[in-house]
Design a protein. Structure first.
Length: 248
């Protein structure tokens, strides 16, 4: 866990993350607006929307509602659909950082450090992510991943296939350690849905659900994740109520 809160910047204000967990809703299509407070943060999966040309304007319209937007161009090797040149992907991230709140880039990608440095220069958040769709690696390997990524990431995200209680316990132990940077930890697969509700109480600063179509095995609708958090996590329920009152 970490006690170092950070914030998404949005028009007219900020949304803190690190003190209260946030529900991220993934988008594989781009509606002009989102229902209020269906999620706390939206993620545009641009790797699934490469023929869409007005993604910046659509993202800005969502942020105008008070919902920060993360722009992700996920590599095919880490569960996405991007197979193009690094130079083109880097240009998309540069465009996003000049217009939207945050980006997500893979730790093992060639452009990770470049994107993280640009995010820092722009005062935006950079989520540095690590995915393993085959298993949950040993704790010492995951600790090495976080140790490396936290040196330049705003948030470190670790997502692994979680098919046993031993896998789940490994992720719990990762969350229990003290880190410089806020950590987002989730499972995929059989036990994945449970981790997306229980891990925020253990210190995972973000949890993910989908708004239109699942982006990972075991992903639940974002609205369901948020509802379950309101029922089980008082700090999230209280924050949700305050935000509801502001928008009423």
């Amino acid at each position: 866990m970490t006690n170092s809160p950070i914030s998404f910047r949005i028009p007219g204000g900020t949304l803190p993350v690190g003190t209260v967990p946030r529900v991220v809703g993934t988008l594989s299509a781009l509606p002009p607006t989102l229902p209020p407070l269906l999620c706390d943060v939206a993620e545009i999966r641009l790797d699934q929307l490469l023929e869409v040309t007005n993604w910046v304007e659509r993202g800005q319209a969502i942020e105008a509602q008070g919902i920060p937007v993360i722009l992700t161009v996920r590599l095919h090797s880490e569960g996405g659909k991007w197979n193009g040149p690094d130079q083109e992907r880097s240009a998309l991230y540069q465009k996003a950082l000049s217009s939207l709140s945050a980006v997500d880039v893979e730790l093992r990608s060639n452009i990770c450090h470049e994107v993280a440095a640009e995010a820092k220069a722009q005062g935006k958040l950079c989520i540095v992510s690590y995915h393993d769709f085959n298993h949950t690696p040993p704790l010492d390997l995951l600790e090495a991943v976080v140790t490396q990524a936290q040196e330049f990431a705003s948030i470190v995200k670790v997502v692994t296939l979680t098919e046993s209680r031993e896998h789940e316990e490994t992720l719990r132990q990762l969350l229990a350690k003290k880190w410089k940077t806020p950590l987002c930890v989730m499972g995929m697969g059989t036990l994945g849905p449970d981790t997306r509700v229980t891990f925020p109480a253990l210190g995972s600063c973000l949890t993910y659900g989908y708004l239109d179509a699942p982006a990972a095995p075991g992903q639940m609708p974002a609205g369901e994740v948020a509802e379950r958090l309101r029922l089980t996590l008082p700090i999230y329920a209280e924050d949700y109520q305050r935000r509801m009152e502001k928008t009423a």
